[in-house]
Write a protein that binds this ligand. Structure first.
Ligand SMILES: [Zn+2]
Length: 244
């Protein structure tokens, strides 16, 4: 079968080369397809840089509109461009795994996964941006929440148990939350244990998840306190917002 198939294909190639009209026809078809795809692309168009591998310069340009703490950018198509509410909340998630920032970006780049977050933090405390703050990420099983929230995925130091995160990740989480609050005019983070507060967690919006896991959940009040302390200290030093 194999042999028969390959001799068939070389016959076909031979005929193809000998037949200029066929070559023209195929070229024409490829050309029309690319024009058609171009039009299609425009109709379902994403903002520039979404779904693309960015060079350092392009990443820097995107970071300028978002948290300066970001060191890696891979923009996900799984988002609404732009979000439909002003930023007034932060929602914490865990990865449910210990993924690198690149690996999480890859996962969020899959359209059929239908998931994303604004930011991700790896086990060493490095911060990635996947959905710009101006846009709504698909993270918390609640469009209403995600339209108002900046969402953050934190890597787990180990999987299972109480799903801990590393001290480095935790420190970066505090820094990132502080920065988000300061640039977006959030004066205080309030954790109420339900969706009424402006510091929320994934499991408040879905019965099908324990995200962000017992470890982070047990530290939510502490996160709010630490961020609020930082906000106060910045205020005393008359912080100038870097972004909007
Ligand atoms: Zn989650």
């Amino acid at each position: 079968m194999q042999k028969h198939g390959s001799s068939n294909s070389s016959n076909w190639k031979l005929r193809f080369i000998k037949d200029p009209p066929a070559v023209m026809l195929i070229l024409f078809a490829v050309l029309s397809l690319s024009v058609f795809t171009g039009i299609y692309d425009k109709q379902t168009s994403f903002p520039e840089y979404v779904g693309k591998d960015l060079n350092e310069e392009e990443m820097a340009e995107v970071i300028e509109r978002n948290s300066p703490l970001t060191s890696y950018v891979h923009l996900s198509p799984n988002a609404d461009f732009p979000r439909d509410s002003a930023i007034q909340k932060i929602t914490i998630h865990h990865m449910g795994a210990n993924l690198t920032l690149e690996r999480l970006g890859e996962s969020f780049s899959k359209r059929d996964r239908g998931a994303s977050s604004n930011y991700g933090i790896d086990v060493d405390g490095n911060i990635a941006l996947y959905v710009e703050e101006a846009d709504r990420a698909w993270t918390s099983s609640s469009p209403e929440n995600d339209n108002m929230a900046v969402t953050i995925e934190v890597a787990n130091e180990s999987t299972g148990g109480d799903w801990p995160v590393s001290d480095s990740s935790f420190e970066s989480l505090i820094e990132l939350c502080t920065d988000i609050c300061l640039r977006n005019g959030i004066d205080e983070l309030v954790y109420t244990g339900d969706a009424d507060g402006n510091l929320t967690i994934h499991k408040m919006f879905s019965q099908n998840t324990d995200c962000p896991g017992p470890y982070l959940e047990s530290r939510m009040e502490e996160i709010a306190e630490m961020v609020n302390e930082n906000i106060k200290n910045h205020g005393e030093r008359s912080y100038t917002p870097a972004g909007n």
